[in-house]
Design a binder for this molecule. Structure first.
Ligand SMILES: *Cc1c(COP(=O)(O)O)cnc(C)c1O
Length: 325
């Protein structure tokens, strides 16, 4: 995953080993290479066991998972959806796909997550949902957000793309909302190459999203398509990689934590702020992040690291999102 040349330490490199090879070869030798096959079920079952979210459904990436969430919750034209300014662009894109408007709320400087105390000021009669993003592997303050959503009758979507292995009050994130989404892009904590998961506690929402991801096909009448649907299915090959990855997830997460502990100590010594693990949460350290004082400090440190073969990337930009609707 090295974007620049001559980098000894890339930003990220997925661990792909014997197990992935074995399962992928099994797909090829058995000819089950499309979106049906045993690895889809195996990956979904193991993902549900791991996260304890009852209904999970594989999809082709994390962005379409968010799109399905919007569709299933009936979010559409004229609606407003609250989300943090500091996030990956896919969160806002998915809201735009259904013709709704992303409404941005600043993040808490301490946690880098959406600031719950600023949410209520942004709620209008058009607001339908809050998208919570558990950014960089830390979780947002779910208690406060759930209370706000209840008081104002809003839906919650958790974008857990960066939060596989993240816990809030002893529960894996993704269980605190109506629908949660995950991404398995090559640099995510577990990967399928490209891939995603859309999860819920509601059987009804699960069935609806299944229908939407499979061209709107009816559950009880063959080749009958009663609604406009999409082809957002994951392939058995991707699921085979995912099934191999999830079996190694605990060791990936442990390795990340050990590296983060070393970095935390070192950065603390020289007075540089790092992304902190909050009380009663488990940070999964998806991407180790630090906060520098200004542009000059950032650029000089990035240059210094580059010269020494260490690749870095800036945090997401919080500049205004271009709505070209
Ligand atoms: C990676 C990511 C996504 C999108 O996932 P893809 O699988 O790349 O489509 C969405 N939201 C956040 C916060 C992400 O980091």
């Amino acid at each position: 995953m090295c974007i620049e040349k001559n980098m000894n330490i890339p930003i990220y490199q997925p661990t792909i080993g014997k197990k992935e090879k074995k399962y992928v070869l099994d797909c090829i030798e058995s000819t089950w290479i499309s979106s049906k096959g045993k690895y889809i079920n195996k990956f979904e079952k193991s993902f549900s066991d791991y996260t304890q979210i009852p209904y999970v459904s594989t999809v082709s990436n994390g962005t379409v998972a968010l799109h399905l969430a919007m569709l299933a919750l009936g979010i559409g034209k004229g609606d407003e959806v609250i989300m943090p300014t500091l996030t990956y662009v896919a969160t806002a894109n998915a809201v735009s796909y259904v013709g709704a408007k992303p409404v941005f709320v600043d993040s808490d400087p301490k946690t880098w997550q959406i600031n719950p105390t600023l949410i209520e000021k942004m709620i209008t009669s058009k607001t339908k949902a809050i998208v919570v993003v558990h950014l960089y592997g830390q979780s947002a303050n779910m208690h406060q957000i759930i209370n706000i959503a209840k008081r104002n009758e809003l839906k919650i979507i958790e974008d857990c793309a960066e939060a596989f292995g993240t816990y809030y009050h002893n529960h894996h994130v993704g269980i605190f909302s109506d629908i949660s989404t995950f991404s398995f892009y090559g640099n995510k904590t577990i990967t399928t190459g490209e891939g995603g998961m859309v999860c819920t506690k509601s059987e009804k929402l699960h069935n609806k999203m299944y229908q939407l991801k499979t061209q709107g096909v009816s559950q009880n009448k063959e080749y009958f398509h009663s609604i406009i649907g999409y082809n957002y299915r994951m392939t058995n090959i991707c699921a085979a990689i995912g099934f191999a990855q999830i079996q190694q997830a605990k060791s990936f997460l442990k390795k990340k934590r050990n590296i983060a502990i070393k970095y935390n100590k070192a950065f603390k010594k020289i007075g540089i702020k790092h992304h902190c693990e909050q009380n009663k949460t488990i940070h999964s350290y998806w991407m180790y992040s630090i906060q520098l004082k200004n542009k000059f400090q950032k650029n000089s440190l990035r240059n210094h690291l580059k010269v020494n073969g260490i690749e870095t990337r800036p945090l997401f930009s919080t500049h205004a999102y271009a709505t070209n609707l």
